[in-house]
Design a protein around this ligand. Structure first.
Ligand code: PLP
Length: 401
């Protein structure tokens, strides 16, 4: 089907939820994507930090093909070998003792919020509030959009669930004050790097200080690793850069390398609060999804992928640093293979990303605060990084500012 026909069908029948770019991809190979006209693009976005192993990755394709022939779905009322194996692999790669699966990042965060509330409910303690950061992003369900620290996502959806408070990110003093004033707080929920609002990392002082405060107050620390987990920042989870041990973490995006799956991991004492009937999902952690995630874990743990992310990430960061010379570039920041260039108001991020796609054949993302977001598949090469940087350099040089 040609592009125009697909576009018309979509515009006519799909709800208008996304500001879609004028392209439809038909297939991919390694780090390349191909559209309906056969045009090739190099991907520096990975379906927004999802397709960490790129496209048509043979071990992934053959594993899910094999599993699809055996069993794609079975109810969570029954045991499942891929799910049991994935639970073991995830738990053994972390300091958490238990995991439960779902289908997306928002669902993983919903589960974390319910787990934190149930933990204190079981203890008969009146603690139910969740403290989140301003500018955070935790998902689009009613609870997670309420947790999200950006009004633009929640305004039309009032009334919102109760019990969510917000403090400025990277402001330990503000968090300390709130925790001192309010005895009903169950958990603090944060991103180690705020992704959607522009790849903004937590300072060491802030995250380590938050961890210490949570311990001191006997409340839970939840880290949303939906975007930063599964090797994206060159460690399995971003919190490992800070040397802390949160009580609960949430995963999705890269966990299935393109197959939808989310997860919530917790320390044993916290996890044991859930018993049959407290939470559940029809599709979460089905055999196909768990088979995909097992391939991702194998690549990260046994095939040296994380070391490659570290090396390539350092290289990408070094190469992007050259753009500091432009007066419209406000900041360049990132970790592993998650980077941002923040632009000032003279140059719109969406215009740059649009030109990179249409004129140069590179898919790069945008995020809040007028940033360009780079989250390539882990199989990106130095040659591809050099070529993308050259294309962006040409585009910036043409910009008459
Ligand atoms: N949490 C973070 C940090 C995210 O970046 C996202 C998505 O961008 C979500 C949660 C929501 O994930 P999903 O879109 O899979 O529900």
């Amino acid at each position: 089907m040609n592009f125009q026909k697909i576009k018309n069908l979509d515009n006519q029948h799909h709800m208008s939820l996304y500001a879609r770019k004028p392209v439809c991809f038909t297939h991919g190979e390694r780090t390349k994507l191909y559209d309906t006209t056969g045009k090739e693009y190099t991907d520096f976005l990975s379906g927004i930090a999802v397709n960490c192993l790129g496209y048509n990755f043979p071990p992934l394709v053959s594993a899910i093909t094999r599993q699809a022939k055996k069993l794609m779905h079975i109810s969570n009322l029954f045991y499942s070998e891929p799910q049991a194996k994935l639970a073991k692999e995830l738990v053994e790669s972390t300091e958490f003792e238990k995991v439960a699966f779902c289908n997306s990042g928002a669902e993983a965060n919903e589960m974390a919020i319910k787990l934190a509330r149930k933990y204190f409910y079981d203890k008969n303690e009146k603690k139910h509030k969740i403290v989140c950061a301003l500018d955070s992003f935790h998902g689009r369900t009613l609870a997670t959009v309420t947790a999200t620290g950006q009004d633009k996502y929640k305004k039309p959806f009032v009334p919102l669930p109760e019990g969510f408070l917000h403090v400025p990110y990277n402001d330990l003093g503000a968090l300390k004050k709130l925790l001192a004033e309010d005895n009903e707080i169950a958990a603090v929920m944060l991103e180690c790097i705020q992704g959607e609002s522009g790849i903004k990392p937590a300072t060491h002082e802030y995250l380590i200080g938050t961890y210490a405060l949570c311990k001191q107050k006997g409340i839970l620390m939840i880290l949303d690793e939906v975007q930063t987990g599964m090797g994206r920042t060159s460690k399995m989870f971003a919190f490992e850069h800070y040397g802390i041990s949160p009580d609960i973490i949430t995963l999705a995006k890269g966990l299935g390398a393109g197959f939808p799956i989310g997860a919530c991991l917790a320390r044993a004492e916290v996890a044991s609060t859930f018993s049959p009937g407290d939470h559940g999902t029809t599709f979460g952690g089905n055999p196909l999804a768990c088979t995909a995630a097992l391939v991702v874990l194998d690549e990260l743990k046994n095939k040296g992928r994380m070391e490659k992310v570290e090396r390539r990430g350092l290289y990408l960061g070094e190469r992007l640093a050259k753009f500091k010379k432009y007066n419209f570039v406000k900041d360049i920041r990132g970790l592993g293979l998650l980077w941002a260039i923040e632009l000032d108001e003279k140059l719109k991020n969406s215009e740059v990303a649009g030109k990179m796609m249409n004129d140069k054949g590179y898919i790069i993302g945008t995020a809040g605060n007028n940033t360009l977001r780079f989250a390539p598949p882990y199989r990106i090469t130095k040659v591809e990084i050099d070529a993308m940087v050259k294309a962006l350099e040409e585009l910036f040089a043409e910009t008459n500012l």
